[in-house]
Design a protein around this ligand. Structure first.
Ligand code: HMG
Ligand code: MG
Length: 325
């Protein structure tokens, strides 16, 4: 991969919508995914197989996965669609959709350039309190659950790619700044040993600062974790996401999560606002001569459209500027 190529993982349809109070109609979610698929984005996090009692907004993720497989969104290139699965129940719910559509997606063991690929994501936490609030389990217990999920996802016949999130890596809404980078490195190492293809470092409540981001990434490097195995997942609650992105980019990270029009938040993080806006990240990357392969005007239009659908203001500064010019 050339050094000026960056990958933007669009998490709007999952992280962006999961915190919306009113249930967003299935048709709107599907239209959002279809519109995003046309902008050049390569990976879209499309839903979450979690307990509907915990996150009712994600309850129709089976229908979303089914729609993607039976009617793949038109796109200039095949996309990877990602779904969260915190336990075997979530994975088997996803698998029942895959079993019904076995030849409609590409797998690592059966790659097809014309079919979408799928990825499952597990999500650990860097603090015990956040782990309890988000998963009703200790960090150790959640990792044991993930071990089973990861190996089942990687088994034949599907051999799916798996992403391993770690939340609150730069600050926790319950334990403050008392998050050890060494603990994050340990959890990341454990997840990689279990077989995840990528670690996504979650700054869940946007508490991260430039020096803390640098320290964390240096600590991961010292622990032997490679930059190509790491993605950054910045929320922009304190407006530091692009600064932290610059630090991570300089460190050598090339995968960044973002949410169209800055939608989002985590239902188990009081005060957390959205992810950094996709439009802002694309504009920032372009300004540095980096190539994200995403059409800025196109994604800005999607941001404006979904903001109107949800009856909220457009949360992307760049999106508003681009549309106003
Ligand atoms: P629990 O209550 O301990 O689970 O929750 P349980 O095993 O006792 O089951 C309770 C009920 O849920 C049972 O149903 C299960 O069948 C059902 P009942 O018998 O009562 O009718 N259930 C499920 N249903 C569907 N799908 C499933 C599933 N699992 C159980 N997968 C559990 C444990 C993990 C399920 C729960 O804590 C949970 O779903 N947590 C998810 C919370 C969540 O989605 N948080 C947001 C995503 S993470 C995030 O946003 C951070 C991130 O963006 C990165 C960052 O920003 O840092 C990724
Ligand atoms: Mg998040």
């Amino acid at each position: 991969r050339l050094d000026n190529r960056v990958k933007i993982v669009e998490v709007g349809p999952r992280d962006g919508l999961q915190n919306e109070k009113n249930i967003v109609p299935l048709a709107t979610k599907i239209e959002l995914i279809e519109r995003l698929a046309k902008t050049g984005l390569q990976t879209i996090e499309a839903g979450s197989f979690v307990a509907p009692k915990w996150v009712p907004q994600m309850a129709n993720s089976s229908e979303i996965l089914s729609h993607i497989l039976t009617t793949p969104p038109p796109s200039p290139h095949p996309l990877t669609y990602s779904f969260l699965a915190p336990n075997m129940k979530g994975l088997s719910n996803a698998f029942s959709i895959l079993d019904a559509n076995p030849s409609s997606f590409s797998t690592e063991s059966n790659p097809s350039p014309s079919k979408p690929s799928l990825e499952m994501a597990v999500f650990a936490s860097a603090t015990e309190t956040f782990s309890q609030k988000n998963l009703n389990a200790s960090i150790a217990a959640s990792l044991e659950t993930f071990r089973a999920v990861i190996s089942a996802a990687k088994e034949t016949p599907y051999n799916l790619r798996v992403r391993g999130y770690i939340s609150v890596v730069l600050g926790c809404p319950f334990e403050g700044y008392d998050v050890s980078p060494h603990r994050v490195a340990e959890i990341a190492t454990e997840l990689l040993e279990m077989g995840v293809d990528e670690i996504a470092l979650g700054d869940t409540t946007g508490m991260g600062t430039a020096p803390r981001t640098k320290d964390l990434l240096n600590c991961l490097r010292s622990a032997g974790i490679r930059n190509e195995d790491v993605a950054m997942h910045f929320h922009d609650t304190y407006g530091q996401a692009l600064v932290n992105t610059a630090v991570a980019l300089e460190h050598g990270i090339r995968t960044f999560d973002a949410s169209v029009s800055g939608l989002g938040g985590c239902p188990y993080s009081p005060g957390a606002t959205g992810n950094v806006a996709t439009e802002d990240v694309v504009y920032f990357m372009e300004s540095l001569g980096m190539d994200a392969g995403v059409d800025l005007d196109g994604v800005a239009e999607v941001g404006e459209w979904i903001s109107k659908e949800l009856g909220r203001g457009n949360g992307s500064t760049v999106g508003r500027a681009v549309l106003g010019r």
